[in-house]
Write a protein that binds this ligand. Structure first.
Ligand SMILES: C[S@@+](CC[C@H](N)C(=O)[O-])C[C@H]1O[C@@H](n2cnc3c(N)ncnc32)[C@H](O)[C@@H]1O
Length: 299
C-alpha cells in the first residue's frame, strides 16, 4: 500500500517520528518538502495527526492521463503554475463530508501525483487543506490559528461569552475573539498590542497562568483557550488545575510539540480531557501550524 501526506515543513520531522511510533510497518518513500509518501506491505488505517491531509497515494501520472470529472488541484510551491484546464476543474469542484476527494498534487513542474481521502467535517473546503482564512491585519499569526480552529470544528462561539485566554500576548487570537463579540480575559505577563488593550471587551491580567486562583475572575468562564509557549505537560497540568474552580463549555488548546517525547504523551492528554468530563475532543494540525497541534474539547 502507498500513502501520501501534505504537511508544513516545520512538522516534517514530527510526522516522521509519529509514523515510526504509530505505523512501524510503514517506510518513507518519495518525498519533496511538504509532500511525503510512505509504503507498507499491507493496508493500515492511515490517519497521522502531524499533517494537513493524508490518504491513499494512487501514483504519479502524466498530465494527459488526469481525466477526472471532479478533482482538486494543489500546488506545492507558489511559483508553480497550474495548467488552466486543471485550474478550472479544481475551481468548479466541491466535496461534501463523507465523499471521496481526488486530489491532484502538483509537486513540481510537470510532476503530478494523485491521492484520495475521505472528506471529514473537520476538513477545509480547499485543495490540500490550505487555509481558507483571508489575510487580516492582526498582532500575530495566532489570529489564523484560532480562526482556522473555529472554522474546522464549527466552534459554537457566541457573543457575550467569556473567554479565558492563556498566553494572550500580543493579541492575534484576542482580536479574532473580540471580532466574534466575545469578552476576553487575557492572562499573560507580556505586553498586549495597544489596540487590544483599549478594547472595551478585553481585560489584561498581567501574570503567569499559574497565579490564577478561584478569586481571580468574578464571572463564570465559558471557554478556555491557550497558546502558552511552554511544554504541553505544563499547559495540561494548569488546565486540569483550573477545572478545580471553573467549568468551561469548551477548550481550544495549542500544544507546542517541540520535543518528540511529547508525541508519546498525546494520548495521556486525551485521558486528562475525558477525566475533566469533556465528551467530544479532537486533535488537528491546522494550516497555519508549525510544531504544534490544536486540541479542541467540548462538553
Ligand atoms: C505564542 S505566544 C501567544 C500568542 C497569542 N496567543 C496571540 O494571539 O498573539 C505565547 C505566549 O505565552 C506567554 N506565556 C509564557 N509563559 C506563560 C505563563 N506561565 N503564563 C501565561 N502566559 C505565558 C508568553 O508571554 C507569550 O506571549
Amino acid at each position: 500500500m502507498f500513502y501520501f501526506t501534505l504537511t508544513n515543513p516545520e512538522a516534517e520531522d514530527l510526522l516522521k517520528e509519529e509514523i515510526m511510533l504509530s505505523y512501524p510497518n510503514l517506510r518513507l518513500s518519495y518525498s519533496r518538502p511538504g509532500f511525503l509518501t510512505f509504503k507498507a506491505d499491507k493496508e493500515v488505517n492511515f490517519s497521522p495527526v502531524f499533517c494537513r491531509v493524508s490518504g491513499v497515494c494512487v501514483g504519479k501520472f502524466p498530465k494527459e492521463e488526469l481525466n477526472y470529472a471532479r478533482a482538486w488541484v494543489w500546488k506545492r510551491e507558489e511559483s508553480l503554475s497550474i495548467p488552466s484546464d486543471l485550474k478550472e476543474l479544481s475551481e468548479k469542484t466541491n466535496f461534501r463530508p463523507g465523499e471521496k476527494v481526488t486530489l491532484i498534487m502538483m509537486v513540481g513542474p510537470d510532476e503530478y501525483w494523485v491521492g484520495e481521502y475521505t472528506m471529514k467535517p473537520t476538513h477545509f473546503q480547499t485543495p490540500g487543506e490550505v487555509s481558507s482564512i483571508l489575510e487580516t491585519e492582526s498582532p500575530s499569526r495566532a489570529y489564523y490559528k484560532i480562526a482556522e480552529a473555529a472554522e474546522a470544528f464549527d466552534l459554537p462561539f457566541d457573543h457575550g461569552e467569556i473567554v479565558l485566554e492563556l498566553g494572550s500576548a500580543p493579541g492575534g487570537a484576542t482580536q479574532f475573539l473580540l471580532e466574534q463579540d466575545m469578552k476576553v480575559y487575557g492572562v499573560d505577563p507580556a505586553d498586549m498590542d495597544a489596540k487590544i488593550v483599549k478594547h472595551v471587551n478585553f481585560r489584561h491580567y498581567r501574570m503567569p497562568f499559574e497565579h490564577i486562583t478561584k478569586d481571580t475572575f468574578k464571572q463564570d468562564i465559558d471557554w478556555v483557550i491557550s497558546d502558552v509557549n511552554l511544554p504541553p505537560t505544563v499547559v495540561m497540568k494548569e488546565v486540569v488545575r483550573l477545572h478545580e474552580f471553573m467549568e468551561p463549555m469548551g477548550l481550544v488548546l495549542t500544544l507546542k510539540i517541540n520535543d518528540s517525547k511529547h508525541l508519546r504523551l498525546l494520548w495521556n492528554f486525551m485521558d486528562d480531557i475525558v477525566a475533566l468530563g469533556y465528551e467530544r475532543y479532537a486533535l488537528k494540525y491546522l494550516p497555519s501550524h508549525r510544531q504544534e497541534l490544536c486540541l479542541v474539547a467540548l462538553r
